[in-house]
Design a protein around this ligand. Structure first.
Ligand SMILES: [Zn+2]
Length: 740
């Protein structure tokens, strides 16, 4: 699905200022993090050869193949594309190419129907109409409006406008005396951003019978600028499809939570599946929402609930009645993950995993076929190098995921299937969902890999003529000033180190415990998950010259090559420590709020101070940071010496790979056992959530749980400090044994 970027929080941007200590950025151009000087020179040669291969014409050709027909998960076309990818990869010289099958709980529409029955009759078209100049919009197999994982059913009830469908919106309705129980709610997308599945869950909890989610022109339509076919914004009929799966509880096939849905796998009964919604849902264009909104009675909606349509928005609840009927096909269906690799020449059992999802709501112009095109050019280029004898030291694995749009399904099943092996062998996962919807680069990384991501962008050329690094800094500066964030952009806060959910990195970070990176170019884009997100859109607005697609292939590949070829893996644990300190400080900053929900405190009543002391955690962070600095210095020295014993390097690298695994709590975060990472998590909205177990306990003022979670965090820090110190000793020849 490619999480539509929520506005970055101020805190998200305020943090790395204190963070990166490192001299890394001051190094000369020829040096590369993790490489000895001679290996860096060799690496630069390989990278130059590699970067010369991807071409805009080939990106465009591949993009046209993937966007030629709608290819939703489970469709014949999407399965054909799986075979096409496998064939291409074999021809390109990739090895061990296999198509893996997962039998999952299906969710496909048999029929969807919506009409207004009072005060007038209106039958919603639920279709996206053609626009001049775009032949694909005449394709007969474009689906009508539907929501993945909607419940089946039928209801006729009055309609209530519930703004964005967040809990506070229902609070306001309650204050106005409007109850949504048994009624249909009409909500809009993204104001502020929240995952549609969270809107569905919220409506379900409120007792609504169905939820209609429409695209208001204020959010992604004419209020933003020119619409298709004249500009990149969403036209009158565009429909944002999407799943409402409760994958924030557990992603993947709802019937195999925590294990792979390989054919014949054990399955839980549907009634026990926590990620299957019980509410009907339907997305609407503003064309279909407008008559409903225009006829609503009841109190006038507050100013910030008014939208971009030229009508007064009312809260409704009486006059307008709608009839919703949805029939879904939930029979089991196969999803296919394509996997291929270039075996490492020296360290075949150390893996760099790269992935992109293949399934699209319709044509997937941006989401995900831009990323698929970039991946195909990447595999062609790396395959070409391998055929010519230039093979990475470590193994690079490529995956084309299926069913990402439904519940991160293919990647989750694959990650669950190979979790044990990945925990032994995987160095990192690099995700590209949508590669390109404009020129502005956004790079995400767990904090230990942020420095190497920033360093890598210095060696790539942006179509503007600047380095990608300079272009990234410039667009970040612009975005921060537009969103009134005062923090200056520096090398230290350029990469986004707050990672929520919403794409295929989730299983690798939160379940397997792998460091992850995520890459995307974006820009004005109002046709997300609609049929208008297609080849025409990309060639007129997103990336007409396919130069950013090409740059993505180059960047993705250079990152993979650096991780695959490094002498010592370029993890920066001091950077990690300062990030974690920032997370804890933010939690502490909210301290005045702790134990003080307005409803719980009577006027004049003294508030108990919360019995949670984070000082031991902060002390443990200091120790981890100091250990990280020591290791960094030793590693720099060892690399500068020009040669590192292979056995010693293996010890150090296996140890540093273990650090991320040590952030996993096998029990998971409270209430969501599948999510095991104690530093990174996601809210139900998909928004990033740092220190998820601890933060949620503090927010609930559950001090027993908060204390337990703080201790789990402290213990993980202590373990990793010990491990990093052992590695440091090994590197300095002080002991032969380092932590596993
Ligand atoms: Zn996507």
């Amino acid at each position: 699905m490619s999480l539509r970027r929520p506005m970055l929080s101020i805190s998200a941007l305020c943090f790395l200022a204190l963070a990166l200590h490192s001299p890394l950025f001051a190094q000369a151009q020829t040096s590369i993090l993790g490489f000895t000087p001679s290996a860096a020179a060799h690496e630069a040669e390989i990278e130059n050869k590699f970067k010369a291969i991807p071409s805009p014409d080939e990106e465009r050709r591949q993009h046209h193949i993937f966007t030629a027909e709608p290819h939703v998960a489970g469709s014949v076309r999407n399965n054909e594309l799986a075979r096409y990818i496998a064939d291409e990869w074999r021809n390109e010289g990739l090895e061990d190419v296999v198509i893996r099958r997962y039998d999952v709980y299906g969710s496909n529409p048999k029929s969807t129907f919506l009409e207004m029955t009072a005060p007038i009759h209106y039958r919603a078209g639920l279709r996206e109409l053609p626009v001049p100049g775009d032949p694909d919009m005449k394709n007969k197999s474009i689906s009508s409006a539907w929501s993945g994982m909607s419940a089946s059913g039928e209801v006729t009830a009055s309609l209530v406008y519930a703004h964005s469908g967040n809990p506070e919106d229902y609070e306001l309705l309650r204050k106005q005396g409007i109850d949504v129980k048994g009624k249909v709610v009409l909500v809009r997308y993204s104001n502020p951003y929240s995952y549609r599945g969270f809107k569905a869950l919220t409506a379900e909890r409120e007792g609504a019978a169905a939820i209609l989610i429409y695209s208001d022109p204020a959010e992604d339509g004419y209020k933003k600028g020119q619409v298709v076919p004249k500009g990149p914004w969403g036209p009158e009929y565009h429909i944002q499809r999407g799943a409402i799966t409760y994958d924030f509880m557990v992603p993947g096939d709802p019937l195999t939570p925590g294990w792979a849905s390989v054919p014949g796998a054990k399955r839980i009964p549907v009634e026990q599946a926590v990620s299957i919604p019980k509410i009907m849902a339907l997305p609407l264009s503003w064309h279909d929402a407008k008559p409903l909104l225009a006829h609503m009675d009841g109190p006038i909606a507050p100013d910030d609930w008014q939208g971009g349509l030229p009508i007064k928005y009312h809260l409704g609840g009486n006059l307008v009645r709608v009839h919703v009927k949805i029939e879904m096909d939930n029979s089991t269906q196969p999803y296919y993950v394509v996997e291929g690799r270039i075996r490492g020449a020296q360290l075949p059992d150390e893996w760099i995993v790269l992935g992109n999802h293949r399934d699209a709501w319709v044509f997937g112009g941006v989401d995900p076929s831009s990323g698929t095109a970039s991946m195909m050019e990447l595999t062609r280029a790396l395959g070409k190098l391998a055929k010519a004898g230039t093979r990475p030291r470590r193994t690079v694995i490529f995956c084309s995921w299926d069913g990402e749009e439904v519940g991160l399904t293919g990647s989750t099943e694959w990650g669950e299937q190979f979790a044990d092996e990945l925990r032994k062998k995987a160095v990192a996962y690099i995700n590209v969902d949508s590669s390109t919807s404009g020129p502005n680069f956004h790079g995400q990384a767990v904090a230990s890999l942020a420095p190497m991501l920033v360093e890598t962008t210095r060696t790539l050329k942006d179509p503007s003529g600047k380095t990608l690094y300079e272009a990234w800094k410039a667009s970040s500066t612009r975005e921060r000033s537009e969103t009134k964030q005062s923090e200056a952009v520096t090398d230290l806060n350029l990469a986004d180190t707050r990672i929520g959910s919403g794409s295929d990195h989730t299983v690798f970070l939160n379940f397997v415990g792998m460091p992850v990176l995520g890459l995307q170019f974006d820009g004005p884009y109002g046709v997300y998950h609609s049929a208008y997100d297609d080849f025409f859109w990309m060639n007129h607005f997103g990336d007409p010259g396919y130069r950013y697609h090409t740059l993505m292939s180059q960047l993705w590949g250079v990152l993979a090559l650096r991780l695959a070829n490094a002498d010592l893996l370029p993890f920066d644990f001091a950077s990690y420590a300062s990030n974690i300190r920032q997370f804890v400080n933010e939690l502490e900053k909210g301290k005045e709020m702790w134990g003080q929900p307005p409803s719980a405190v009577q006027p004049g009543e003294a508030r108990l101070s919360p019995p949670l002391d984070l000082k031991p955690v902060l002390d443990a962070i200091d120790d981890f940071e100091a250990a990280g600095k020591r290791l960094d210095e030793s590693a720099s020295r060892a690399l500068a010496s020009g040669a590192i014993d292979a056995k010693l390097a293996a010890t150090i690298n296996h140890g540093t790979m273990q650090v991320e695994r040590n952030w996993l709590n096998p029990d998971g975060i409270p209430g969501r056992p599948w999510f095991k990472h104690i530093l990174y998590g996601a809210r139900f909205t998909y928004a990033h959530l740092e220190l998820p177990g601890l933060t949620e306990a503090v927010e609930k003022q559950d001090w027993t749980t908060a204390t337990q979670q703080a201790e789990i965090l402290r213990q993980a820090l202590v373990n990793n400090t010990k491990l990093v110190d052992q590695l440091n000793s090994s590197l300095n020849g002080e002991t032969a044994e380092a932590g596993k």
